[in-house]
Design a protein around this ligand. Structure first.
Ligand code: GLN
Length: 476
């Protein structure tokens, strides 16, 4: 398996203990050994080994770039030129893009090595990685449980040390939730700070790419390289790249943490509630001040998200018609497009397209779509009043630890409720991160989530870094 973090790997290469090649070999071996977890859809062994040799040369010549030799797993809804990009859909089973996403471009230029493309819920729709055309993925802590989704494969890859860092995409929690279920760090930046150019669109006003990593420092480093304005993405903001240096706060200078009231914790299982309480206790003893904050918009989070996300998805997925690219059903006697979409999409994707088409239809537009847009504004206002009382908000990432495979597949609403604590950050466009905060008695990881005001990614990462040190004692 690969080194525990990229920073450690770099030290070990510089001291001559290992090379990029041996590290890539270890990654490939680990991927093969744990193939039953279903983390990858495509593995790029030969290309990765060739890249490793070039990285070793750069290290030898004293020309190591900021991410030299970093082994990167890329969620398979992020475009990679010459490497098939499937979105875990039959629709794109054989699709090979002709361009590379800006984020991947930037990471490769900084020295990263692509080890492969990871498994996900089809078109990133799901919370369990059970909606993949290429088969389910499994939680490394208990293979009978889900790894979370939709970036399940990316979280597994980091948790089992198949890669140093992985890329995920987060529309309503798909970076943070699998990170929490697998016991790793997952960071969703402020909307617009990381380019979406080359990310296959699910719900464009909510989608963000971000890193999944073993610790906050690695996540910050990769976010730093990926972020910054991109003229190819019209929603890209003009803020500078996210800073990578994490400076722990001096005692007495610590920001104020908002903690949520019982109505937010109400639906959470007891282990999650206990981990939340234990984290607050540690923050107290580390000298943080806390204040309890109250949301007024909570009941609107899930309905608003599932109306807007499905509306945007129905529009974004209209392009898969069998004409321009991807799968085409052979149906000489009938309607080619209907046959293509019937066979090419899985059941969850079809459910979303139908829901989205319904909420956008002329008879229901005002009742659903327009109302959801208003509710979105309300949620933004709610955050604004909360961030007048605190600098950063602490809340659980998920209501429960990883659930069993099959447990929620017949009940879409139960599945959607898993996102109760993550979707609001996407609706408001604010940054959010999940870090490991402990384990339950069955050894299942439990995550804790931090959210910050819009554009305050640096503060979020610094606090996460500090809390990571504080809660180290929680995680047994
Ligand atoms: N689980 C959520 C959904 O199914 C979020 C997905 C995501 O963030 N891509 O829509």
């Amino acid at each position: 398996m690969v080194s525990p973090t990229y920073y450690q790997f770099r030290q070990r290469v510089l001291s001559g203990e290992i090379t990029c090649r041996t590290e890539v070999e270890a990654a490939i071996q680990r991927i093969n050994q744990l193939a039953h977890l279903g983390a990858f859809i495509t593995v790029c062994s030969q290309e990765a080994l060739a890249a490793a040799d070039r990285c070793d040369q750069n290290f030898r010549n004293g020309k190591a770039r900021p991410l030299e030799g970093l082994i990167l797993a890329v969620k398979d809804n992020i475009s990679t030129r010459g490497i098939r990009t499937t979105c875990a859909s039959r629709m794109l089973e054989h699709f090979v893009p002709v361009f590379t996403a800006t984020v991947v471009e930037r990471l490769i230029s900084a020295g990263a090595i692509i080890i492969g493309k990871t498994n996900l819920d089809e078109f990133a729709m799901g919370s369990s990685n059970e909606n993949s055309f290429f088969g389910i993925a499994r939680n490394p802590h208990d293979p009978e449980r889900v790894p979370g989704g939709s970036s399940g494969g990316s979280a597994i890859a980091v948790a089992t040390r198949m890669a140093h860092v992985a890329l995920g995409s987060d529309t309503g929690g798909s970076i943070r939730q699998p990170a929490a279920f697998c016991g790793v760090v997952g960071f969703k930046p402020t909307y617009g700070r990381i380019s979406r150019y080359g990310l296959v669109a699910f719900a464009s006003s909510l989608d963000q790419i971000g890193p999944i990593a073993s610790d906050v420092a690695d996540a910050a480093l990769v976010a730093h390289i990926m972020s910054g304005h991109d003229r190819h993405d019209s929603t890209s903001v003009t803020l500078p790249p996210i800073a990578a240096d994490l400076i722990p706060f001096a005692p007495g200078k610590r920001p104020r943490i908002g903690i949520v009231s019982d109505d937010v914790l109400h639906g959470c299982d007891v282990d999650v509630q206990n981990t939340y309480a234990a984290t607050i206790a540690r923050l107290d003893s580390a000298g943080y001040s806390t204040v309890t904050v109250h949301f007024t918009s909570m009941e609107a989070w899930i309905p608003t998200y599932y109306i807007l996300a499905t509306a945007e998805a129905s529009s974004n997925l209209a392009r898969y018609d069998g004409v321009r690219y991807g799968f085409r059903a052979d149906n000489p006697n009938g309607d080619m497009m209907t046959a293509t979409r019937t066979l090419g999409f899985g059941v969850e994707v079809k459910r979303r397209i139908m829901l989205g088409t319904y909420v956008l239809s002329s008879g229901y537009y005002d009742a659903y779509y327009r109302t959801a847009q208003r509710a979105r504004r309300w949620i933004c206002e709610d955050y604004r009043q909360i961030f007048r009382q605190c600098d950063v908000l602490l809340l659980p990432t998920t209501p429960t630890p990883a659930f069993r495979i099959g447990e929620k597949t017949t009940d879409p609403l139960a599945m959607y409720l898993n996102d109760a604590l993550t979707v609001a950050a996407n609706l408001a466009g604010i940054p959010a991160i999940s870090i490991p905060a402990g384990k339950n008695s069955n050894g299942l990881p439990i995550g804790i989530q931090l959210q910050s005001p819009f554009g305050n990614d640096e503060q979020l990462l610094q606090i996460a870094y500090d809390i990571e040190q504080c809660v180290a004692g929680n995680a047994s």
